[in-house]
Design a protein around this ligand. Sequence first.
Ligand code: ADP
Length: 325
Amino acid sequence: MSIIKRIAVLTSGGDAPGMNAAIRAVTRCALAQEWDVLGVRRGYAGLVEGDVEPLTGRSVSNIMQRGGTMLGSARCPEFEAEDTRRNALRRLQENRVDALVIIGGNGSQTGALALAQMGVPVVGVASTIDNDLAGSEVTIGVDTALNIALEAIDRLKTTASSHQRAFLVEVMGRKCGYLALMAGIAGGAEVVLIPERETSPEEVARQLRAAYEHGKRHALAIVAEGAQYNAGKLDAWFRVHSAKTGFDLRTTTLGHVQRGGTPTAFDRLLGTRFGAGAVAALKRGEQGVLVGLNEGRITTTPLAQIVGVQKVIDPELFRLASILE
Ligand code: ADP
């Protein structure tokens, strides 16, 4: 096991509320080990350019309550090329970095595995509001995103009740239906459309109509952005078939507002525990692993076991949603 004197930390891909808590915990836990810490700006783009700053206990103070990431993030498609990663490797060597903590989602952890396979000691931290990363039941940011979605849904329900309208709300999640399913259960939706369980527009219309027939003053459908019939397609279908369905559908796409804002207590604590977990893993000599949360415990899973693996949603949640709808 090589001795660590200096680590670097970066945030990559989509920003997620709670990333700052993770940066803070990585920095302070590493400093407690008497390791130096470098912050890499703008994810892999900054790594390739050697855009780094030393992090101190002071420089990460007062960031935990802020959304986004103090280090900045970026998409860097060139990182898929081995030549680009070799440049990153050179920069790490120039800066005498012994290990790298990579805070990010699916794409970022794919890049982390590629670096690990080139011999760089990396530890990934599961962070994405989409919660589409295998290896962690929940990821940094999804709780905040869910709470923001719920606040919007509650507001829409109030106006929907006043006008007896059907509302369709699209939430994020890429190809994963977790955020939509949870928003549907916690928001009391009549129907939820997710990529893992496709629903036809006819079925959506049937369920929304059934809500009115049961005397409800509003009807709500939640759709994941990755569903086959996303908000755009459903909206178009309902426009064409409004005479048959008997009601209008008002569509709201929440989009990037779900990413912004103050992280919830849960995401601050998760980010903190993950950051501390990453330093603890490095101290134990682990590398090429992802820090996640499973059955209430902080775990590490080899990146090779989770990259390219489709995350599975607990089937019990599907059943629950169907009973409650
Ligand atoms: P997220 O990490 O939130 O899923 P992206 O999918 O945009 O976000 O990925 C973030 C970055 O990870 C990409 O811009 C790229 O630099 C890197 N990345 C993604 N896929 C790969 C890959 N196959 N090999 C190397 N790096 C990758």
